[in-house]
Design a protein around this ligand. Structure first.
Ligand code: SAH
Ligand code: SF4
Ligand code: F3S
Length: 459
């Protein structure tokens, strides 16, 4: 058996959504007691995990080319008498597990997102019989992985907390219900406990995560089912939690309680990622989003009434099958009406196994590209305007990491804008008032507002 006392190097490469980022950090947590310490690069690693995303096309190709690149590190390690485990995790593993094992003999393990709590067992099995016992685990076990992940976590001042997983919505373009499985909400008490532990470990901000986070409906201690709004209120009462965010939400699940929570809970940050995908009712229907463009406008209006400084971000898909110029124009109009502070936009890509993959009236690639460009120009102009409107304002910034330039720290404003600020390293992990001095579409620059407290701290 391998010596579990000596430090072993674990390199994890992560693609995809915040859920995957969270999962990668939990995999690191669960492997730490086995002696694995995470490292920044693949050189000389004892184990490599590729945590993959299947959301858009070429996902599988990307994984294979990454495996091709990393193979040489495994060969180098073996040439010097060592051993390296190579694993594929995440949503491509879930969707294409057997195919990966077949096509990539260097891969020792393939396992899906619902099996991470079984990782120590799988790793021991694989290290006991290097190369002979390849593992594929893409089950959806009946027990929850959350009950079996270790409590110890290493996250910084801004920590993620997964409260809900999976999706029952079945938008016609999307693989998530197939790769992540059915919706599951963790019990309230477990989540509040985890929030307390995160704060004990230095977290000031907690971002509640789920594929469909506002579909949250977890068991409360009072034997009632709690929605996201009530959960946020409970978390805001945890000592030390200063800022709360949640992502990713669905317009259909924005209920009255959640809207009230935006009004009542100051710690809930004034930035909401609320994907709409399209502004055309016909396309929204074909996507199975189950709401209209006007429903979305109303939800935004209600939320803004509750929290006037709330800014929105969204996801858009252009070139969904059957999308006409008019449908695209409807999307553009929705963007003009709502005004976004940031957005992600994608060309539709047909995902095998989803209903939209079999739809007719495909949109030509060049038309998709033109629409994407037009949409991005509009949203870019909107971010720039919003960012510039912040110049001169002072707002609390949570410094998360060192900046690219010496003497700078990087953080986020309440509106989730990235910001670079010349600041003392002691401010790292702190929330500090910053005055915005300049702005581009992508980021802000600011300076620390000198208060006696900060002066005292950096003295
Ligand atoms: N749960 C979230 C989205 C998760 S996927 C929601 O309901 O909105 C993240 C984003 O990827 C989606 O919002 C969508 O814009 C994009 N996406 C998903 N499937 C896609 C596909 N087949 N083609 C193009 N973009 C896609
Ligand atoms: Fe995918 Fe729709 Fe579920 Fe979001 S709500 S994860 S887009 S199926
Ligand atoms: Fe990608 Fe899976 Fe997230 S497909 S977007 S990593 S849920």
């Amino acid at each position: 058996m391998e010596n579990t006392k000596k430090d072993k190097k674990l390199y994890i490469k992560t693609w995809g959504c915040q859920m995957n980022v969270y999962d990668s950090s939990r995999m690191a947590d669960i492997l730490r007691p086995l002696g694995y310490k995470t490292v920044e690069g693949p050189e000389d690693a004892d184990m490599i995990i590729l945590n993959t995303c299947h959301i858009r096309e070429k996902a599988t190709d990307k994984v294979f080319s990454e495996i091709g690149r990393l193979k040489e590190h495994k060969e180098a390690k073996e040439a010097s008498g060592g051993k390296m485990l190579m694993a594929v995790a995440g949503c491509v593993a879930q969707a294409e597990g057997d195919f990966i094992l077949k096509r990539a003999p260097v891969i020792d393990m393939v396992f899906g997102p619902q099996t991470y709590h079984e990782l120590p067992e799988m790793v021991l099995k694989a290290t006991n019989s290097f190369g002979k016992n390849r593992i594929v685990n893409t089950e959806f076990p009946t027990i929850s992985k959350f009950d079996h992940l270790p409590q110890e976590q290493q996250q910084g001042a801004s920590a993620f907390l997964s409260i809900q997983e999976g999706c029952d919505k079945f938008c016609t373009f999307c693989v998530v219900p197939y790769t992540r499985g059915a919706e599951y909400s963790r019990p309230v008490e477990d989540i509040v406990e985890e929030a307390r532990r995160l704060v004990d470990n230095g977290a000031k901000e907690i971002t509640l995560l789920g594929q469909n986070v506002n579909a949250y409906h977890g068991d409360g201690k009072d034997n009632k089912i709690w929605g996201l709004g009530r959960l946020i209120k409970a978390i805001s009462e945890v000592n030390g939690v200063q800022q709360i965010r949640y992502t990713t939400s669905h317009p259909r699940d924005v209920d009255a309680e959640l809207i009230e929570t935006h009004r009542d809970v100051e710690k809930l940050m004034p930035f909401l990622h609320l994907p709409v995908q399209s502004g055309s009712d016909k396309i929204l229907k074909a996507m199975n989003r189950k709401h209209t463009a006007d429903d979305y406008r109303r939800i935004v209006e209600d939320l803004r009434k509750a929290r006037p400084d709330l800014v929105f971000s969204s996801d858009f898909i252009v070139g969904f099958p059957g999308e006409t110029d008019q449908d695209h124009e409807d999307t553009m109009q929705l963007i003009r009406d709502v005004v976004f502070a940031s957005a992600y936009s994608f060309k539709f890509s047909a995902r095998p196994g989803t209903p939209a993959a079999n739809m007719q009236n495909l949109v030509r690639e060049d038309v998709k590209s033109a629409r994407l460009m037009e949409l991005q120009d509009l949203v870019n102009a909107q971010y720039l305007e919003f960012n510039q409107s912040c110049i001169g304002k002072t707002m609390p910034v949570l410094f998360e990491r060192k900046g690219r330039h010496e003497g700078q720290l990087q953080g986020r404003t309440p509106f989730y804008q990235a910001i670079n600020v010349p600041a003392n390293e002691r401010c790292l992990g702190e929330i500090v008032d910053v005055t915005i001095t300049s702005a581009s579409a992508n980021a802000l620059i600011g300076e620390v507002k000198i208060t006696e407290d900060v002066v005292a701290k950096s003295a």
